[in-house]
Design a protein around this ligand. Structure first.
Ligand code: NAD
Length: 343
């Protein structure tokens, strides 16, 4: 089928083209972001493939349907940028990539922990500058530290397995406890206990009304002084202003984030020639004990290959009149069993 791939980056072209050798679709790569004013570029296409920062709101979806698009095949797990009610109303099928490589995100999480607490990000620049001083680079052993994992699903579980290898003791909080995680020696506790007992707290739960700002002034007050917070899940899990206040007092000793509350206006773009107008983000950048990556935890060769295969596989199944099981319906998304995880 004819598929218009919006917001196509070089890596999208490479991995989708490779996967397409097995699927034989007619792919057109567009630089443009999908939005109401670019929807008409999809005229003559059967399917559209948007990225997470594209906008498929009701206005866009109506325009896509009007030019004959029948399928939105997302190359992401996340779908909070898609108006599913509008898709149903306009007879568009929406399919996503529910899982591609939990190892990619888990390994990036651990990489961020190590980098921020051993100040590897600072040491890299210092040595290139000919500054071989160790002042300000003092870290701590992870061995025997207590790590708290909030959300022990696919990614949180792998983080637990890796941290066990470091000799950490582990606590976890999840609304659904998992025996495989217990078998790793992880003890499930309530949130307040996790906040009070852990040296490192890492977030691997979805963004829901319950988890929005789960790290806030109140929860931070319950934590150990100098706690490390790691977030590779979703930006709004952390109240950024509260985190900044806690960094200033030393309550947070290390902060590592791959996601940010207002990242849609920043991440995935090269803004190096522009002034950053987000003052909260700019403040975060001033702390020596804050490490930020721009939503790259998923970004491995294996994950991109899996994403491309599932994205095009979903289109192939749709073309043949079948169901892949990756289709999203508003009912499934609103079901209380967590199907709505907007990764
Ligand atoms: P998953 O669905 O396998 O696991 C999520 C876990 O969180 C589940 O065990 C669930 O029970 C638990 N949970 C749900 N509500 C909770 C709550 N209120 N409190 C505590 N736990 C709760 O998801 P996953 O594949 O492990 O992904 C975890 C998160 O990682 C995603 O939600 C997504 O936001 C993020 N993610 C980030 C990237 C990236 O590139 N940075 C890539 C993929 C996913």
């Amino acid at each position: 089928m004819r598929i218009a791939v919006y917001s196509a980056r070089s890596y999208d072209r490479t991995y989708l083209t490779q996967a397409n050798e097995r699927h034989g679709h007619d792919l057109e790569f567009l630089d443009a972001r999908l939005a109401p004013n670019t929807a008409k570029l999809a005229e003559g296409f059967d399917a559209v493939c948007p990225f997470v920062n594209d906008i498929a709101d009701a206005a866009t979806i109506e325009k896509l349907a009007a030019v004959g698009v029948k399928l939105l095949t997302l190359r992401s797990a996340g779908f909070n940028h898609i108006d599913l009610d509008a898709a149903v109303a306009n007879h568009l099928t929406v399919a996503r990539v529910p899982a591609y490589s939990p190892y990619a995100v888990a390994e990036h999480t651990v990489g961020m922990m190590l980098s921020v607490e051993r100040r590897i990000h600072r040491a890299y620049n210092r040595v290139r500058d000919g500054n071989f001083s160790l002042d300000g680079l003092l870290g701590f052993d992870l061995r025997n530290k207590r790590v708290g994992i909030i959300g022990t699903g696919r990614i949180g579980q792998i983080v637990a397995r890796i941290m066990r290898g470091f000799g950490c003791s582990m606590r976890a909080y999840d609304i659904r406890q998992n025996d495989d995680v217990r078998d790793l020696g992880v003890r499930y506790v309530d949130l307040d206990t996790l906040f009070a007992e852990c040296d490192v707290i890492t977030l691997h739960c979805p963004l829901t009304p319950e988890t929005h700002h789960i790290i806030n002034a109140e929860s931070l007050a319950k934590m150990k002084d100098g706690v490390m917070i790691v977030n590779t899940s979703r930006g709004p899990l952390i109240d950024t202003q509260a985190a900044i206040d806690a960094l200033k007092t030393g309550k947070i000793g290390n902060l590592a984030i791959d996601v940010y509350e207002e990242e849609a206006d920043l991440f995935f773009e090269d803004l190096s020639d522009q002034v950053i107008t987000d003052d909260v983000f700019a403040r975060l950048l001033t702390f020596p004990n804050v490490l930020i990556t721009a939503h790259q935890a998923f970004f491995t060769q294996e994950a991109l290959a899996n994403i491309a295969e599932t994205t095009l596989g979903n289109a192939t199944v749709f073309e043949r009149g079948g169901r892949s099981g990756n289709e999203l319906t508003p009912e499934e998304v609103r079901a209380p069993d967590g199907a709505a995880d907007p990764a």
